[in-house]
Ligand binder design. Structure first.
Ligand SMILES: [Zn+2]
Ligand SMILES: [Zn+2]
Length: 307
């Protein structure tokens, strides 16, 4: 039986959280995406949006009678603050019944487990990552890895696609990885999640290239939903006194170029600049919808059904 394939935005903001009256509509929490296929949960990034998601997951888990372990897969695009700062407050981390599978890139020659450990170092936080009660499996990913999950089985399996061909059943969830080099100082992973001939691509903290990001266009080809960074408006990107070129983020025009060349079905823009309030984002949404009608600005707690 084909399960629902749903995506929920829990944090759509870039750089730092911005609570307050001007961000009620699109949300003030930093990056976090929930992908739910059947009962299998995949989370991308642990910005402050993961705090509300964690509460919901634990509430549902107890309501369902907690008969099986709470098993979750967490993917990191990269390890900048706005993609990790919610992790210390992610409730499942503290539950003995949780089995958490973390995947993400190597950072400046450092493995994922030590970068995550530092994000909760005792000098900055009262409890260190490995003293929390959950079981943690932390794996540094490479571009030639594929993660296989199942809409029924929540334990991920990692394969090296150069050596092994994945066995795909109707219930298989396939997670592919693309390494992008456009974000300053280090790389960023872009993820493509496929299930039952449908897919989504999550692509944040990337900056566009002249003629479009060719590698990304190939990676996102014909996806149902491309979620793309669009932190800066055209004016913020080029405008004086502080042009943002080279900061590793895109404009809506760059995201649209990728979406059109990759012939994606829907385009969601995310990683909104903390200085952009709801009225501006609404205005920009109306402006860019005229250019490409299947576009929307991601907002917190919006759920998109992939079909
Ligand atoms: Zn970011
Ligand atoms: Zn970043």
């Amino acid at each position: 039986m084909k399960e629902d394939f749903k995506v929920t935005f829990w944090g759509t903001r870039g750089s730092y959280p911005v609570p307050g009256k001007d961000t009620i509509l699109f949300g003030g929490n930093t990056t976090c995406l929930e992908v739910l296929i059947g009962k299998t949960t995949i989370i991308i990034d642990a910005g402050t949006g993961i705090i509300n998601l964690g509460r919901k997951i634990v509430t549902d888990y107890f309501a369902e009678g907690k008969e099986v372990p709470l098993e979750l897969t967490l993917l990191f695009t990269h390890l900048h603050h706005d993609h990790t700062q919610g992790l210390p407050f992610f409730t499942p981390l503290y539950l003995g019944q949780s089995i958490l599978h973390f995947f993400g890139p190597r950072n400046f020659g450092e493995e994922l487990n030590s970068v995550l450990e530092r994000s909760m170092a005792p000098s900055n936080f009262p409890i260190d990552l490995f003293s929390t009660n959950s079981v943690k499996n932390i794996t540094t990913l490479k571009e030639n890895h594929i993660i296989l999950l199942d809409s029924k089985n929540k334990t991920p399996k990692l394969i090296n696609k150069s050596l092994e061909k994945p066995e795909i059943k109707d219930s298989t969830i396939v997670i592919k990885v693309m390494n992008d080099y456009s974000h300053p100082a280090n790389n960023v992973f872009v993820y493509r999640i496929e299930y039952a001939h449908k897919s989504i691509v999550f692509c944040t903290d990337v900056e566009g290239y002249l003629f479009g990001n060719t590698k990304l266009i190939q990676f996102a080809k014909d996806t149902e939903l491309l979620i793309h960074d669009a932190q800066y408006s055209r004016e913020q990107y080029t405008g004086l006194p502080a042009p943002r070129q080279g900061f590793g983020h895109s404009t809506p025009d760059m995201a649209i170029e990728v979406a059109q060349k990759a012939t994606v079905k829907h385009l969601a823009l995310t990683h909104h600049d903390p200085a952009s309030h709801d009225r501006q984002l609404n205005r920009n949404q109306t402006r860019y919808k005229k250019k490409i009608s299947n576009l929307f600005y991601a907002r917190e707690e919006l759920t998109f059904l992939v079909e």
